[in-house]
Design a protein around this ligand. Structure first.
Ligand code: PFF
Length: 444
């Protein structure tokens, strides 16, 4: 096994690293506000249905491709499919560029909040003041860009210095810690006076709210949260020990990610209602409501710092996985050094993030399809490119790679897979058709 590419030490290593990629801002920042914007419980149900049908199938499809090819996504499609298939890998790289550019901007906010909290700058229990502070901060033309630069620099640094040992070791500590903190926060949030309305909104069914916009949002969120559709899980799976049980790992990663998202919503929603916020407030939700919760807790500053620190680490374990996709391609296929590739493309991604940051302030009037630049980039990558990638990955495994893919999934029959017929059906027909339908109906 010494091909110089490295390996996770075990299945648990892969699961933790992939969960590190999956669990990030998407769960604790994006999921709660998407849920708030898209109808609460209904969004949750649609989301779960998508995750446990298409999410699992596409993730297993990515894993078998990565495991079989042991290459980056472009190289993997070239090796296993040839023809035009590498284009799917290229679309993944492009999505990676776009996602990381604004992801790093938001991750930068977490760094800022880590510092602002002990300085007493967030010590308001009045969410109106926190909202004002948040708006002023993210709208500033300089400050958030500096934090964005710091976050990108850290991401580059870790990718440059080789990540396998670092990622695996850190994820094994940080992911359980994140769950622990979330549970403590939930206990505080649900015991706030007035929290019940938030729980109702989050957990009470009103199916009349389902429409194509909700479907589209849930689909995008599922792909974003599970790191699917752009070859990220594929890249990580290329370091997968070949004799290990792939489907079981996939179920673990999907379950952990979903649990983290559900808990993220449960931490944020009750507080939103307790403080009389609009659940559809958008990207600021987590950054405004949670500090208000902390301010009402004993040792609030400590919890707040801990929370933003964990959010920062969760973001870092995700951002590394995105940059790794880009770097792996240029290292594998173009012979660049890891250092040069990470630095060059990390810098380009930083530059691309600047308009996203400015779009929350001075460039706020510039809109594409009615969205500010950050929201547009997010929409373009998560709601269009990732699902589109998912269609092609499913079609590839379902129609062109099935026999070999099945052998990879079961490790040559060592782990019989009881849901094979279902997986085949989803890859061949259900996922491509359902995703295409949701995409088309969501766009018009
Ligand atoms: N899954 C990450 C999150 O939920 O924060 C974001 C992400 C990572 C998206 C890796 C896409 C990706 F390839």
């Amino acid at each position: 096994m010494s091909d110089g590419r490295g390996r996770w030490t075990s299945r648990v290593g892969f699961v933790m690293a992939a969960a590190g990629s999956a669990i990030g801002l998407g769960n604790i920042w994006r999921f709660p506000y998407m849920t708030g914007k898209s109808g609460g419980f209904v969004f949750l149900i649609v989301y779960l249905a998508i995750v446990f049908t298409m999410g699992i199938s596409v993730m297993l499809a990515e894993v078998v491709i990565g495991k079989a090819a042991q290459r980056n996504p472009v190289g993997a499609f070239a090796k296993l499919g040839g023809g035009l298939w590498p284009l799917v890998g290229f679309m993944g790289l492009t999505a990676g560029f776009i996602i990381l550019s604004y992801y790093s901007v938001v991750a930068g906010w977490t760094i800022a909040y880590i510092f602002k909290t002990p300085l007493g700058l967030l010590n308001y229990s009045d969410p109106k003041e926190l909202a004002e502070m948040f708006g002023k901060f993210v709208g500033d033309p300089i400050q958030p860009i500096i934090y964005h630069a710091i976050f990108m620099a850290l991401t580059v640094l870790i990718v440059v210095s080789g990540i396998e040992k670092g990622i695996e070791r850190w994820c094994k500590i940080l992911i359980p810690a994140l769950f622990l903190i979330l549970i403590v926060l939930i206990v505080r949030a649900v015991t706030l006076p007035g929290a019940l309305k938030g729980i109702e909104f989050y957990l009470a069914p009103d199916f009349s709210k389902i429409d194509t916009k909700v479907l589209n949002a849930a689909l995008g969120q599922a792909f974003f949260s599970l790191s699917l559709g752009m070859g990220c899980i594929m890249t990580y799976a290329s370091y997968f020990p070949r004799e290990e049980n792939a489907p079981k790992s996939v179920i673990w990663v999907v379950s952990m990610d979903t649990l983290a998202a559900f808990l993220g919503g449960l931490a944020v929603m009750p507080a939103v209602f307790a403080f009389g916020f609009d659940p559809a407030a958008g990207p600021g939700l987590t950054f405004i409501t949670l500090p208000a919760v902390f301010a009402r807790m004993p040792l609030g500053t400590l919890w707040a710092v801990l929370f933003f620190l964990l959010l920062f680490f969760a973001a870092l374990t995700s951002s590394i996985s995105i940059l790794e996709v880009v770097v792996a391609y240029f290292v594998d296929e173009k012979g660049m050094s890891r250092k040069a590739a990470a630095t060059l493309f990390g810098s380009m991604i930083f530059l691309l993030g600047i308009p996203s940051s400015l779009s929350l302030g001075v460039w706020g009037d510039f809109k594409i399809m009615g969205k500010v630049f950050l929201d547009f980039m997010d929409y373009l990558a998560s709601n269009l490119m990732l699902p589109l990638g998912g269609i092609f990955i499913s079609l590839f495994v379902g129609w062109f790679f099935w026999d070999r893919g099945l052998r990879e999934a079961t490790s040559e029959g060592r782990y019989p897979l009881s849901w094979v017929p279902l997986w085949k059906l989803v890859c061949r027909y259900f996922a491509p058709l359902a995703i295409a339908w949701i995409l088309i109906s969501g766009i018009w």
